[in-house]
Design a protein around this ligand. Structure first.
Ligand code: MN
Ligand code: MN
Length: 317
C-alpha cells in the first residue's frame, strides 16, 4: 500500500486535525515526494471572474473541511481510489486578488508544473474562469475533449463593454485558443433565462453538443452520460463541473443559481457516469461559502470531487 493514504477517522477523529482534501498528505510543489504523486488535489481560491454574487474564493477552504467526511471506499462500486493511485493535496494556487491577468498567469504556471510532473489535477475552485488557465497548461500537446456540467454554457464572447475574461466566457476563449476540440465537447444541464442566444449560436457554429435540462430530465443521467462518453471518445478529456448544474435546493451556495436542475443523487450519478473517459484533469467550481451557511453545498462539492477522483482512477490505474 502506498504512503499516500488518508488519515483514518479511527486514528484521528474526522473533526480533528488540520484539514487537507480528503485527509490526504499535503505535498507542495517543492516537496521531494511530488515525483510519486499521480493525482493532485488542488485549491484555486480565486473569483476575479465573477460577474454576479461573489464568494468562490472561499470554496477550497470550505471544501477541504467538508471533505474530511469522505471515507476511503466508494459506497456503490467498492473502489478504494487511494490504494489504486498515489493521491495528495498539492495545496492552493496563490492568486493575485487585485489583478485578473496576473492570477490567470499564476494559475497557468502552477498547472504547467503539475503537468510536467505527470500529475493529474483535480481542482476545487474558484469561479469558472479558473478553468481557462488550467486548460492552457493541460492542452499544451493538443486540444482536449471536455465534458461540462453547468446551468450555463460559459461560451459568451464578452461582458460589460468588451471584458473578455469572466466566468461567463472561459470556454469561448478556450475554443478560440485551440485548447478544446469543440466536436469533442459536451455541455450538460444548460437552463435558465439568458441575455440572448449568442452563446448557443456559437456552440452550434463550432459543433459543441449542448444538452439542455429538458432533455436531461426526459432521458435521465445514464443515457445522457452514454452520449457524453461517446462525444468525448477515446482521446484526452477534461471534466469541468460547475456546482450550479445542481438544483439550488440541493446546492444553494453558488453565485448564479438556476432552478429546475438535477438533485444531488442525479448529480453524483452523472459524475459516476464518467467512468470510461480518459480524464486528464477535472474541476469542481463555483461553490460560494458565503451563500452556503449549512455547508451542504461544500459537502456535495467534496462528494462530487470523490466521484471524479474514482473516475480518474478507473481510467488510469
Ligand atoms: Mn460555469
Ligand atoms: Mn454556471
Amino acid at each position: 500500500m502506498s504512503d499516500f493514504q488518508p488519515v483514518s477517522g479511527f486514528v484521528l477523529p474526522r473533526f480533528a486535525g488540520i484539514p487537507t482534501f480528503m485527509r490526504l498528505p499535503h505535498v507542495p510543489l517543492d516537496d521531494p515526494r511530488l515525483s510519486q504523486v499521480q493525482v493532485g488535489l488542488i485549491g484555486a481560491p480565486w473569483d476575479g471572474g465573477t460577474t454576479n454574487r461573489p464568494g468562490p474564493r472561499h470554496g477550497p477552504r470550505q471544501m477541504r473541511d467538508a471533505s474530511t467526511m469522505i471515507r476511503a471506499q466508494h459506497g456503490v462500486t467498492g473502489l478504494r481510489p487511494f490504494e489504486a493511485m498515489n493521491c495528495a493535496d498539492l495545496g492552493d494556487v496563490a492568486p493575485n486578488p487585485a489583478d485578473l491577468q496576473d492570477s490567470l498567469a499564476r494559475m497557468q504556471d502552477f498547472y504547467a508544473r503539475v503537468k510536467a510532473a505527470g500529475i493529474i489535477p483535480l481542482t476545487a475552485g474558484g469561479d469558472h474562469l479558473c478553468t481557462l488557465p488550467i486548460l492552457r497548461a493541460l492542452a499544451k500537446d493538443g486540444p482536449l475533449g471536455m465534458i461540462h456540467f453547468d446551468s450555463h454554457t460559459d461560451l459568451y464572447h464578452s461582458y460589460f463593454n468588451g471584458q473578455m475574461y469572466t466566468h461567463g466566457t472561459p470556454f469561448r476563449r478556450a475554443v478560440e485558443e485551440g485548447l478544446l476540440d469543440p466536436k469533442r465537447v459536451c455541455m450538460i444541464g444548460i437552463r435558465g433565462t439568458a441575455y440572448d442566444s449568442e452563446d448557443r449560436d456559437f456552440a452550434d457554429s463550432v459543433g459543441i453538443r449542448v444538452i439542455p435540462i429538458e432533455d436531461f430530465h426526459q432521458r435521465g443521467p445514464a443515457e445522457v452520460m452514454a452520449e457524453a462518453r461517446a462525444i468525448a471518445g477515446q482521446g484526452d478529456t477534461y471534466v469541468s463541473y460547475d456546482i450550479d448544474f445542481v438544483d439550488p435546493a440541493f446546492a444553494p451556495g453558488t453565485g448564479t443559481p438556476e432552478v429546475g436542475g438535477p438533485n444531488s443523487f442525479q448529480a453524483l450519478e452523472c459524475a459516476r457516469g464518467l467512468v470510461g473517459v480518459k480524464i486528464v484533469g477535472a474541476d469542481l467550481v463555483e461553490v460560494s461559502p458565503p451563500f452556503d451557511p449549512s455547508g451542504a453545498t461544500a459537502y456535495l462539492g467534496a462528494s462530487l470531487m470523490f466521484e471524479m477522483l474514482c473516475a480518474i482512477v478507473s481510467a488510469h490505474s
